[in-house]
Design a protein around this ligand. Structure first.
Ligand code: ADP
Ligand code: SF4
Length: 683
């Protein structure tokens, strides 16, 4: 076991105004897609972080009033006493493990559309919101007084619910940051004009909150240390705000103006990257400071504490990927830490209005729904399991079944372990994704009852001859060569197969060169990432997509703009809203998705990133087209019929989906899987 005494400073308590955090591990406010809509799911998830050793666990953005309604995204709310029960349940659950509970009071201002409450949104001036064709109501002085009252009442309710740390939230483009913005503010009263006037509301909210609850609760402020961009609040002005108000809160939770960087994906932003922009805050204020940085390395955490940048290690994603990160570190179990890979898939779920999921941690969001604990699995009933395919699904299944005590054999045809994760992590920017493989391989290597065989292609007779009690088929999927995907329901008729490539060719090192056309009908990271790889290798790349932007779905992972910028800077030609309709070896035909008008462009090779087909031949050879058992029952008892598919072989989807599929199958093997519970409000 490694000597971890040098990390002892991370486990020192930290006084934050009238309360004391038991250690430096601080789960900052983060969205969950659960909020007011899935209260039991949320309580169990937050409690798991506290159980895992996070010294402070905060809510997500918590609306103080119906005029701040982010429907359809499930935010938390403290509109009236009716909200107390759910939030008190979270605070109690967090306290039960010795952690402090924090709450981020929030008013969305012009940003929100108030689709559920139908209240006018409120702004420092009347302006368009995030994406809806409506404008906010300009707040007059009476509205500002009302806002202060709502905030104060919410703070009192938060204290009543048992929270220890109560936030004022003047950042991320929400209402209080609208006031700070020089270009948005434009007021001629005492809330507009000079910086002193623009920060008046922030000062008043800090003052009100401290007066109302400061005797028992710490007051925190979440503030962009480098301002909000020069036209809004320059870095110098942000510094001036910190200098002027530094003494008011008990805790500075510092963030950055650029959300794409603050929570940047590992494709574009490294661990601990915020340090140079936020380091001044602690020196200037002398108050405790917390800041995120996708910290998974204890050395980088310790470095920031020792250099006097931070008092508390802020985390959203590392606490999602491993709720037990602090405990594992304290116990010297570094190799058991499930490191976040920075894919931002968690954020994508919230952004889609659904509950948080995680690529690395399949139990995230399942704590209440499925009763899953990230570190505990039920003992198995014994027997042997053969898993064919050691991609993310097969690896996760082997890991969990090994921990449940089964005799596990994991066989893969390839000479390396990891399946698609190994392939994809060799693409530009995706190196950290290999952690999905490495964590599981590390776990399996310490389980004597799990054996891994590479270079072992299994046929149906091989599987039958092996005679395992249970068989899981995790043979993955391959990319289609015929163009079928979202746009084309049938194959593209005219395709010169000799010069057609798919991502599988790129993975195998068969790279096209010359005039390469990438047809991206998948819309996520793979098309653009392959474009970057080929352009960097010297090909003239034309990236063609049926969407309006490059890698359009990555807007949900906060990567789209950086993706498009990277392609532009590499000289990739980007063509949007067009489909590839033919390719004859030297010319490709593109069709406008609106008019159907076609035109020809030069292309010596085409890469089709359209859709995938499950590699289910082995599964079908074993089970035919299905038998009388329901899928949930097949794996309940050992025997020749106990054969099931998992991962991309069942459903070609995301790496997170494959890990989850392997995990669920492994947890439920030997029993009849139950439907997860539904978290719902009953009348
Ligand atoms: P998933 O994402 O579902 O885990 P992957 O595509 O990442 O799927 O991994 C599938 C793995 O299955 C690959 O590593 C591949 O080599 C392996 N595989 C496919 N067919 C066979 C087979 N017949 N025998 C052994 N391994 C196989
Ligand atoms: Fe990290 Fe990805 Fe999990 Fe989010 S989904 S916590 S970015 S591994």
């Amino acid at each position: 076991m490694p000597d971890v005494t040098r990390y002892a400073p991370l486990f020192e308590s930290v006084k934050i105004g009238p309360v004391t955090a038991p250690n430096r591990f601080y789960q900052v406010p983060h969205c969950t897609g659960m909020g007011h809509a899935l209260p039991q799911t949320l309580v169990a998830m937050r409690a798991m972080k506290a159980e895992g050793g996070w010294g402070v666990v905060c809510t997500e953005y918590c609306s103080i009033h119906p005029s701040s309604d982010d429907h359809p995204y499930p935010f938390a709310s403290l509109w009236d006493d009716g909200d107390l029960g759910n939030l008190a349940a979270m605070a109690d659950a967090v306290h039960a493990h010795g952690a402090l509970a924090g709450i981020e009071l929030w008013h969305g201002g012009s940003y929100v559309a108030n689709y559920a409450t139908r209240a006018p949104s409120l702004g420092v001036r009347s302006m368009p919101g995030r994406s809806d064709p409506i404008q906010s109501q300009r707040m007059d002085r009476r509205d500002i007084r009302e806002l202060r009252r709502w905030h104060l009442e919410a703070a009192l309710r938060a204290r009543k619910a048992g929270f220890d740390i109560i936030y004022v939230y003047p950042s991320h483009g929400y209402l209080v940051s609208e006031f700070l913005s020089r270009s948005l503010n434009g007021r001629t009263d005492e809330y507009g004009g000079s910086l002193e006037n623009r920060m008046r509301l922030m000062r008043e909210l800090l003052d009100d909150t401290r007066s109302a609850v400061g005797d028992r609760c710490a007051v925190a402020v979440r503030f962009a240390a480098n301002g909000h961009g020069d036209e809004h609040l320059s870095a110098t002005e942000a510094h001036d705000v910190v200098a002027a108000l530094g003494h008011m809160p008990d805790l500075w939770d510092v963030v950055l103006a650029d959300y794409d960087e603050e929570m940047g994906s590992s494709r574009f932003v490294r661990e601990g990257a915020l340090e140079d922009r936020v380091a001044y805050v602690r020196k200037l204020t002398g108050k405790p400071v917390v800041c995120v940085g996708r910290f998974t390395s204890p050395d980088s955490m310790l470095g920031q504490v020792k250099r006097g940048v931070l008092d508390l290690i802020g985390a959203a994603r590392p606490s999602i990927a491993d709720p037990f990160l602090p405990s594992k570190l304290r116990e010297g179990r570094l190799e058991d830490i499930r490191e976040c890979i920075g894919c931002n898939f968690c954020y994508a779920h919230d952004f889609r209005g659904s509950a948080l999921r995680c690529t690395q941690n399949p139990t995230m969001g399942e704590e209440w729904r499925s009763g899953w604990h990230p570190e505990q699995v039920p003992a198995g009933t014994g027997g042997s399991v053969l898993i064919v395919g050691a991609g993310p699904a097969g690896l996760e299944a082997a890991h969990i079944l090994g921990k449940r005590g089964y005799d596990v054999t994991l066989a893969d045809a390839a000479g390396e372990v990891g399946g698609r994760v190994s392939h994809e992590s060799r693409l530009p920017g995706l190196a950290e994704w290999a952690r999905v493989r490495d964590y599981r391989v590390g776990q399996i290597q310490r389980l004597p009852n799990v054996a891994l065989y590479l270079g072992s292609r299994m046929s149906a007779p091989d599987v039958r001859a092996f005679g395992a009690d249970y068989v899981l088929i995790a043979t993955g999927a391959h990319w289609r060569r015929d163009g079928i995907g979202r746009w084309h329901a049938g194959p593209i008729a005219a395709l010169d197969a000799a010069a057609v490539y798919t991502p599988d060719d790129v993975f195998a090192g068969r790279l096209p060169d010359g005039d390469v056309l990438i047809f991206d009908d998948d819309h996520y990271y793979l098309g653009p990432t392959i474009a970057i790889k080929l352009a960097s290798a010297g090909a003239r790349v034309r990236y063609v997509t049926t969407e309006g932007r490059a890698g359009a779905w990555s807007q949900y992972t906060q990567e789209q703009e950086r993706t498009q910028r990277a392609l532009i800077e590499l000289g990739v030609d980007i063509e949007v809203n067009v489909a590839l309709s033919a390719f004859e070896g030297s010319l490709a035909t593109l069709s406008c998705i609106f008019t159907g008008r076609t035109r020809s462009v030069a292309a010596s090779a085409v890469v089709l990133v359209t859709s995938r087909e499950a590699d289910e031949a082995l599964y079908r050879a074993l089970v035919g087209e299905g038998d009388d058992d329901l899928p949930a029952e097949v794996m309940a008892r050992p025997g020749p019929d106990a054969v099931a598919r998992i991962g991309d072989c069942l459903q070609p989807a995301l790496i997170a989906t494959a890990v989850y599929s392997g995990h669920r199958a492994a947890r439920e093997l030997g029993s009849i899987g139950k439907n997860p519970r539904r978290d719902r409000v009953l009348i």
